[in-house]
Design a protein around this ligand. Structure first.
Ligand code: GLY
Length: 558
């Protein structure tokens, strides 16, 4: 039976401690991440006297080395933090920014058509990275250990190498042609321009050197000096538009998380420029009016899909970087606003998406990005979702840096208000502007009720939010992390007007019933997401953890 292998290991560990006194148990910590080496890095730092925030630095840097398909120094992310000593909560926004020379027609030809691939592949696709600055900020402001100590594990992984494994190989294959076009990236990730064996060891000496500069000099080790020179020269020589000013100006921003409540469950989630928290809370507010536990599976999936449709519709229309555009966040997460949306849902019929005002489209993405969750022995929490956008980002590495750059510029709308060559259309709020952050779907989240507190998140592009939504509904039913990561997933994002569901994830009766209600259904050929979740039961004083069976992660209690 395909069981949650890592969860089982954690349950076994947990079982070992069950008989111990509760204060012994309280000294434990719980970590779930997409890679065993990142989970090990987190525990190693905790063992050295670090807190969850130091562990987050170590894990972010280690994931940058051992899961280069998902995140890295050339990318960005969001770190949702809870400090146990005073209950303070914040979201560290290390999202990439558009270069100062960026402009809204930079991916269009002279006829105003989107040039295929330009915002996805190569140097012009890369936003200014935020991850290195975020690691420095996290270590200096919230950590207990020196940055250099927290980066040591990642440096060793880069120097000594690691076995790449099946997931890495699968994603390399997906981006093979792009990597082949960029000699520096091909030299690092490919073997004679071809796919390396799954058992190959990947050593990244340039990346180790760049990490050492960051460890020694802090943000200047990346955003100034020799590394910055190489980054800017490499990007510009390959047709990109970065300048030293872009790197010099990059700043991490602390933002107030989005908060909501679903029945008695408190939600704390990502703020703009991620759409995650707003869409999640808006959808939950709509759903709060329905007795979801007392109705049949078809009606339940119908109502959840209708809530997703309406919340993603608002995403497409209203959401963007709130430092640049006015976003009516308070209205969108208001319960009375949700009641209005809810009144437009018919129980006997799907609402066609083009009956909702306007006609924009959000995009679907796949197996990019990464997530990890931590609760340390003091109760500090970190939910971090990090990304370089597509698997292996832009496929471009500036010579001598080892830094694989993101293609996060593709998260902007290349052509506001009209469908582009890829069918991707969005709102003015997310149009390209110099120095602006592109809209994200990353949804690092805390959920809490009287008895339990959980930290969770997942990669998966625009489906991230619906995955977290389904997990919150499972939590509200009283189920634990193993059910959140295991449950078959379904998704509606307004346009395309269809319910997507994971291979094998809907029964024949559900498909027939939802079709009768007027829904289009589409089976996604693969199982998506890679959720990492940890839960602390305040009453029993026990942790439960789970790593998604779709990935190769490791969740542990120690
Ligand atoms: N690049 C994925 C996201 O931010 O949503």
């Amino acid at each position: 039976m395909m069981i949650l292998k890592h969860t089982v290991m954690s349950f076994l560990l947990l079982a070992c401690f069950n008989g111990l006194a509760s204060d012994r148990v309280e000294k434990q910590a719980a970590i779930a991440s997409a890679h065993a080496l990142a989970t090990s890095a987190g525990f190693a730092i905790l063992a050295q006297g670090g807190n969850a925030f130091d562990a987050a630095v170590a894990m972010s840097a280690t994931l940058a080395v051992v899961e280069p398909s998902g995140s890295g120094l050339g990318g960005g992310g969001f770190w949702l933090l809870h400090r146990a000593s005073d209950g303070f909560e914040t979201m560290l926004d290390g999202r990439e920014k558009a270069p100062l020379a960026a402009h809204r027609s930079m991916y269009l030809d002279q006829q105003g058509r989107v040039i295929p691939g330009l915002s996805k592949n190569g140097a012009l696709a890369a936003g200014i990275p935020g991850l290195p600055a975020a690691l420095v900020h996290l270590a200096e402001k919230y950590g207990r250990l020196p940055l250099a100590q927290s980066l040591q594990f990642a440096i060793q992984c880069a120097e000594q190498g690691f076995v790449i494994g099946q997931r890495h190989s699968k994603l390399l294959k997906f981006r093979l042609t792009v990597l082949q076009k960029h000699p520096e990236a091909a030299g690092i990730f490919l073997k004679d321009k071809h796919l390396p064996a799954t058992t190959s060891i990947l050593r990244q000496t340039d990346l180790a050197h760049t990490l050492k500069q960051l460890a020694r000099d802090g943000r200047k080790g990346f955003y100034a000096g020799a590394v910055a020179d190489r980054l800017v020269d490499g990007v510009r020589n390959a047709g990109g538009i970065w300048t030293h000013q872009d790197l010099h100006d990059y700043r991490v921003v602390e933002r107030e998380p989005v908060k909501g409540e679903y029945h008695q469950v408190k939600i704390t989630s990502a703020a703009l420029p991620s759409s995650g928290g707003v869409v999640l809370v808006e959808a939950l507010n709509i759903l709060a009016g329905y007795p979801l536990e007392d109705i049949n599976a078809i009606s339940r999936k119908h109502i959840i899909s209708e809530a997703m449709r309406r919340a993603y519709h608002d995403r497409a229309f209203h959401l963007g970087d709130s430092d640049f555009v006015n976003v009516p966040v308070n209205r969108l997460i208001n319960k009375d606003y949700a009641a209005g949306l809810s009144s437009s849902i018919r129980l006997d019929k799907a609402t066609p998406s083009d009956f909702l005002a306007g006609n924009f489209q959000a995009k679907i993405q796949g197996e990019d990005t990464t997530h990890f969750s931590i609760i340390d022995s003091e109760g500090n929490r970190v939910a971090a979702t990090l990304s370089i956008n597509f698997p292996f980002g832009s496929g471009f590495v500036p010579a001598g840096t080892g830094v694989l750059l993101n293609n996060e510029m593709d998260d902007f709308v290349s052509k506001p208000g009209a469908m582009n060559g890829y069918g991707l259309v969005g709102g003015e709020a997310n149009a390209i502007e110099p120095g602006k952050r592109m809209l994200s779907s990353m949804t690092p989240t805390f959920i809490e009720d009287a008895e339990r507190v959980a930290v969770l998140g997942t990669p998966g592009g625009s489906r991230i939010i619906s995955m977290v939504l389904l997990a919150v509904l499972e939590f509200a039913k009283g189920h634990g992390p193993e059910s959140w990561v295991w449950e078959p997933r379904f998704h509606h994002q307004y346009i395309p007007d269809q319910i997507q569901y994971e291979k094998g994830g809907m029964s024949r009766d559900e498909i027939a019933g939802l079709t009768m209600l007027g829904h289009q259904l589409k089976e996604v050929r693969y199982r998506y997401g890679n959720m990492q979740a940890v839960l602390w039961n305040k009453k029993s004083k026990l942790f439960t953890v789970a790593s998604d069976p779709r990935g190769e992660g490791l969740a542990l209690i120690r």
